[in-house]
Design a protein around this ligand. Sequence first.
Ligand SMILES: [Zn+2]
Length: 354
Amino acid sequence: MTMPYAPVMPSPIAGGLPALAPHTDHLLTVGIDVGGTKTAYVVTDADDRVLLHDVVPTDTTRLAGQLGDLIRDAVARCSTDGGDRVAAVGVAVPGHVEPDSGTIRLAVNLGGNGDGSAMRLGPMLAESVGLPCYVEHDVRAAASWIESSGTDTDVPLDLAYLSVGTGISAGIVLNGRVLRGANGLAGEVGHVSADPDDGRCACGLIGCLEHVTAGPAIARMAREAVASGRKSTLGPNATPTDVFRAAEAGDPLAAELAVIVAERLARAVRSLVLTLGVSYVVIGGGVASAGEALLRPVLEAIGRERAASPLVEAAFADTRVVILSPTVEAGARGVAAIARRRVLADRREGVGER
Ligand SMILES: [Zn+2]
């Protein structure tokens, strides 16, 4: 079985602030990807060049306040004498997102709204910073960016982007269109059952994939195993990346945990491939910082499923499973591109003209 490593991905963006290259529309957009742990923000131009990139810890106690501060900071740092200016802002968040109204609900990893009450994040930010602010689902924004940057032809990729970070969710693109679902929750595979005997997820159910397999669950498993006296090179504060790297280095406890996580992720990948028929599955999110050390056990687990089942083998025959480093900032760049498209469309339609 050969599965190439990250064939559709451009190389990770460099840090720092490159010189602004001249571009015809001089229209820059801020893209912010709000995760349960970290918030990444970029400023990009019409060619998806990253002019500014920064990552800060997410402050869930003052989400809108922190986002307003980040936007003002990004705008100030990217203003130039040559006329380049930030024209719009895109914010990518987890949960139930209504892009038309800029409303978010059920973002259980952002410290609130678990009761289903709505937060009008887009209008609140627009009022606060004086720029059009568009809101999109984080993983759908990333999937849309991967689809648009991963193909050199007019043939759209059918892909699922499985984000494994503080939470787990999939962004799905079929025939060039991001799948939202009639309920707005298409792709929330973090809340399908992975282990019905395990604990209660933030969503209210027992044994959700996210609760037993996302970054905090991997760290929890390692901590509990070390505390129980298992011999290991892992410390009490091992991160998911530490676990996968220690597994590669031959630590037996880490290898055991890596196989448990990889088999659960392999089942999620199989579900996506069997349900949607996608030809690419891209694994990303904070846990993908482990790179090959995560991808390898997942591919091995998928390989065992393929060997055991001709049906699964047929389903995966033309499917590539790759990993995307979180430093690429697909979510932030994706939502910056979405903000660009939407502000240009709004201008054409005269929306918001004074
Ligand atoms: Zn759940």
